[in-house]
Ligand binder design. Sequence first.
Ligand code: 13P
Ligand code: SF4
Length: 391
Amino acid sequence: MTTVDLPLLPLGLGIDRGSERGVECPGDLPAASDPDLVARALAAKEALGSRLFVLGHHYQRDEVVQFADVMGDSFKLARDAAARPDAEFIVFCGVHFMAESADILTGPGQQVILPDLAAGCSMADMARLPQVEAAWRALADAGVQDLVVPVTYMNSSADIKAFCGRNGGVVCTSSNAETALEWAFAEHGDDTKVMFFPDQHLGRNTAVLKMGYSLDDCVVWNPHLPNGGLTVDELRDAKMILWKGHCSVHGRFSTKVVDELRATVPDVQILVHPECPHEVVLSADLVGSTEFIIKTVEASPSGSVWAIGTELNLVQRLSRAHPDKTILFLDKDVCYCSTMNRIDLPHFVWALESLVEGVVVNRIEVDPDTERDALVALQRMLDLPGKTHKD
Ligand code: 13P
Ligand code: SF4
């Protein structure tokens, strides 16, 4: 039996403090309606000067983005966090797994702060360490574990990254998944298999569309079924064992809307993120990471028409930045990433003003053992040869 029965988590009841680390924000937040929030944020930022470095993911709200020293996708932000050893405080406007990665990649004298601890990621939560360890044991029982290289998407908790570091694996992001898989598949020659966490779509899209594997080479490991829902023969035959996880935003785009847009909007080009389902990516004109999407729109000629399948904050910002182009959101029923949107101006101001008063709130601190092993997998990613990032 290889399922792990994880209890349902009745959040907020104080039953399991470890798993509830994101549900409380005890600070005395300024009101969202406070007309002075922008001035307060500016004043706090100025008071902190070079002690402070603010990182912002492209999916963040405009009200927060205006204060970011650097904007980027998760790969760029991980690299930028590591490149500012002089900054005492890294305020991360993004989600929990990104702040954890920043903590791992920064020095002991630096503190990483996530303005709202409820800014988690539903995809990252779909792969939990006891489930992953159970799957790993099942691979040993099937006699294939020695051939499997674990690869985790950046969108995973630090303990999953540490698992990959301990077991000869690597981290990847949407901008270097192909390079990371090339590295992984070379580890044990032609017999190599990859177990990919937690986003089945990024794993499948990269293996099939970029590396020439077939859909039949891919199987899906469902952590809620005995033996992942797979037979021993299926595990032995697979090249790509995909964890059954997905993004609750990108997973909702559909080919139905792509077809409707193609029928109704002349010259529309469909541009999507590789977290979208395989059939959506197949129906698109272009697929790529967040940075790729931005650069593609920037480089396109005036008058171009785009329908973009990624987070809405970014698509709206692209639309405003390029009034000479028509930029549509791919689906009217898909909403903002609710956890990215948790970082708002009141939380940002609260975090900064607390620092000015000498109080560090909402620090994200990965325990030393996890940090050591996760750094191995993150460093393998940062050391990947060649086209690790298209910038
Ligand atoms: P990238 O930043 O790697 O494009 O990932 C997208 C995402 O979903 C971040 O949460
Ligand atoms: Fe997680 Fe998807 Fe939100 Fe990114 S967009 S933080 S993967 S839920």
